[in-house]
Write a protein that binds this ligand. Sequence first.
Ligand code: URP
Ligand code: ZN
Ligand code: ZN
Length: 460
Amino acid sequence: MSLLIKNGQIITATDQYVADILCEGESITAIGRNLTAPSGAEVIDATGKYVFPGFIDPHVHIYLPFMGTFSKDDYDSGSRAALVGGTTTLIEMCCPSRQEEPLEGFNLWLSKAEGISACDYTFHMAVSRFDPSAEEQLRQIVKRGIASFKIFLAYKGAFGIDDNELYNTLRLAKELGVIVTAHCENAELVSAMQQRLVGEGKTGPEWHEPSRPVRVEAEGVHHLMTFAEMTGAHVYVVHTSNDDAISAAAAARKRGVHVWIETVAPYLVLDETYAQKPNFEGAKYVMSPPLRSKRHQDVIWNALASRMVSTIATDHAPFDFKGQKEMGRGDFTKIPNGIPSVEDRINLVYTYGVKRGRIDLNTFVDACSTQAAKLFGLFPRKGTIALGSDADLVVYDPNYRGRISQKTQQMNVDYSAFEGWEIEGRPSLVTVRSSVMARDGKFVGKLGHGKLLKREPSHF
Ligand code: URP
Ligand code: ZN
Ligand code: ZN
């Protein structure tokens, strides 16, 4: 199979130039001007379009048993949605509960993707319990090509771990050269605040944010920073929503802590007023950490522009409004947390970030692809356009104009958090290892094309 993409504006994290790209087998085999197509090659005219490296979403939930229900997507709808939206690699949180064995959990999550996913994928392995048996199983999982862990300082009683487990997880990660991704919110404070608010009759979705305010997240980050400093582990703060949390990580970085910061698309374009919508509509916008006031959006965009924040993920976690979000009518603590956005991330960040002058094209590629590849052991196979890299490419049409709608989305969920929003660009062609997977908003690939990406620890 070969493909020649002609005359596109190639954008990487560092460069911008016009050239042709030849894809043969699964890789990029030539980049230059006036390349000739081998016989049988499909030729794509990308004049006036951008060519980006395939985007990587380093934080998604496809299979997620959570808060008494299950997230709605599977790898059929989830990978189709990712590809139509320009994401060619998913890194899913593999989240067995405290009661489950890590290896059984890993095999279960793998079985949900294998033979079904249309895009490439790997996992961050959650450590929901740390004891000698869990440790042994984690060592085996790392040997199977999983070079990152996930921990939750929130969700007491479900995925959350205590400080002793936190310390031991970071020590193991340091020993193995594995980076630890972390959900940072102080679980005790969240549960105390929830009880107080519900007790006062404050039960609507608008009370979700006050139950886990900015300070609760910043405290979680500060807490993780202390443990990272004591152990020397490399850590990555997921879904950072606000100025104070970023400042806590930045202060630690200044004193030598190895920390990287992720934000997610919903925080960049939505604010707390969405969760305050009347008639329980706000439940569609309940995620943790919560949407914040507008001021924090500006801070996050600026932190991306200065590359203080490394990555933009989604934390895609789809729950229907009907029947699932509704479980929390009368008690916001029972609303399944999550906002679906794996399909929309690239178009949202391009439209409301690049086009509005918040970040430039190189930063866009860096935050949505290259940094995730570098941090999680996928670079230069993924995350760039270079000879020998996987031919994962997004030909992007900046002249497209359209609107987001639940009616046309691939995601298997009954609403869109961005219903009717205008987008000013979209992928016109998306490839995974040279195979064309999406064209102009339609999935045209094969389910099962996706591969598990095995990753080596870093030995830092
Ligand atoms: O609200 C969220 N973020 N739901 C998914 C689980 C998590 O914390 O990442
Ligand atoms: Zn989380
Ligand atoms: Zn998550």
